[in-house]
Design a protein around this ligand. Structure first.
Ligand code: THG
Length: 375
């Protein structure tokens, strides 16, 4: 692993698929939830982008850890953690839910899976939600257990994902609706498969419940995928920016509230549900947001990757700073650079002229855009 530049240790957890990912020539990792996330393989990011949009890829997204909440007070604890109204949530459903702290700041933006009336998984982005949940449960004296079970999501993404999984799991795969899941047999075990994933190209996530089956599952998907042109991949930066998919810790942090993240639609503040941070969010709603997540298109040669935030100024390069690009890439479809930025109040209307100060020293004219860039 010296190539990755990471000093490996037990704290940086491998996944049940890491051996396979290495065998496919992974070219680097990130660390998410203290676990390896592949970042690149042999193909370029742009080749991967076209391939994801046209064919099918297998992604090790085990770092999407599950925080399991079960017990008599499980539904009450999960609702206590999010402003999204869960009263009508059903078993078999996945729900995108903001989690907020007592100030209304974003703790995480997981996918919630309702497994049963008293049993939930929070499929988390990069923050230690399990510790927050344990603290809340203990402090409130709730009758729940909070744990991180042995669950390792494997994503199969792209337009050919459905035909691929039908080959393995049968025609019932086609009946899974968007953000729903079903149970399927794998080698005599029951596994959860959802129609979801961190791309807008369609696909599924297999929440493998036993890590020892990881290599066998990977091989089964790979072998079935050869006729569909499967390649090893990972969440694609270009595709995710075009699609307006946000990344916790990059586009937003605990400094931001859900309204700023465009997640106001998931906030029920009328008092009908009880959750941490409700008073703070009511205040935010009354005062109006100070900033809002937006896209920025900008000119010049394909930009480098945004290893640290790039200032965005209003109008020309000497204007006031009104944001910072936190993720950026060249979009081959839009034939310009695209980035994501919180934009200060008064400046966020689409079309407004801005300047992006990228880390290569260039001063790049651009404009504010709605998200997603591409429908
Ligand atoms: N899948 C699973 N867990 C995850 C992610 C995932 N955990 C981490 C991270 N991704 C959480 N963030 C997101 C962000 C966006 C979406 C899912 C998880 C997403 N949004 C859809 C969209 O924007 O089009 C739809 C949301 C909706 O309709 O409710 O898919 O990817 N398991």
């Amino acid at each position: 692993m010296s190539e990755s530049g990471l000093n490996m240790s037990r704290r940086i957890r491998r996944t049940p698929y890491t051996d396979r990912v290495e065998a496919h020539g992974v070219r680097g990792f990130s660390v998410v939830n203290h676990m390896l996330l592949p970042k690149a393989f042999q193909a370029s990011r742009e080749e991967d982008y076209w391939h994801l949009r046209e064919q099918v890829q297998i992604w090790d997204v085990s770092c999407q850890r599950q925080v399991e909440i079960r017990g008599r007070d499980a539904a009450r604890l999960v609702q206590w953690m999010t402003p999204r109204d869960l009263r009508k949530a059903q078993r078999g459903q996945c729900l995108y839910v903001p989690l907020v702290d007592e100030t209304g700041g974003m703790i995480n933006d997981p996918v919630l899976l309702k497994l049963d009336e008293d049993h939930f998984w929070l499929s988390i982005a990069d923050s230690d939600v399990m510790l927050w949940a344990k603290g809340l449960a203990l402090g409130a004296g709730m009758d729940v257990t909070v744990d991180e079970p042995d669950v390792s999501p494997l994503a199969v993404q792209g337009p050919k994902a459905e035909d691929l999984l039908v080959k393995i799991f049968g025609e019932e795969i086609r009946d899974i609706k968007f953000f729903r899941y079903g149970w399927f047999d794998f080698q005599g075990t029951q596994q959860l498969i959802a129609r979801s994933g961190y791309s807008k190209q369609g696909g599924f996530e297999i929440y493998l419940r036993d890590g020892t089956l990881g290599p066998a599952l990977w091989d089964r998907v790979w072998d079935a995928g050869i006729e569909f042109g499967i390649t090893p991949g990972c969440p694609n930066l270009i595709e995710r920016i075009e699609g307006g998919l946000l990344s916790y810790g990059n586009e937003f942090t605990r400094e931001n509230n859900p309204f700023e993240c465009g997640l106001g639609v998931y906030c029920t503040l009328d008092g009908s549900i009880d959750f941490v941070g409700r008073a703070a969010l009511q205040e935010v709603k009354q005062q109006g947001m100070q900033r809002l997540i937006r896209g920025v298109r900008f000119e010049g040669a394909p930009c480098p990757s945004c290893g640290k935030p790039w200032p965005v100024t209003a109008g020309g390069p000497d204007g006031p700073q009104i944001g910072q690009i936190t993720s950026a890439a060249y979009s081959p479809r839009l034939e310009c650079n695209v980035g994501l930025s919180m934009i200060e109040r008064g400046y966020w209307e689409p079309g407004r002229a801005v300047t992006v100060h990228s880390s290569d020293g260039l001063v790049r004219p651009g404009e504010v855009s709605k998200l997603p860039f591409v429908q």
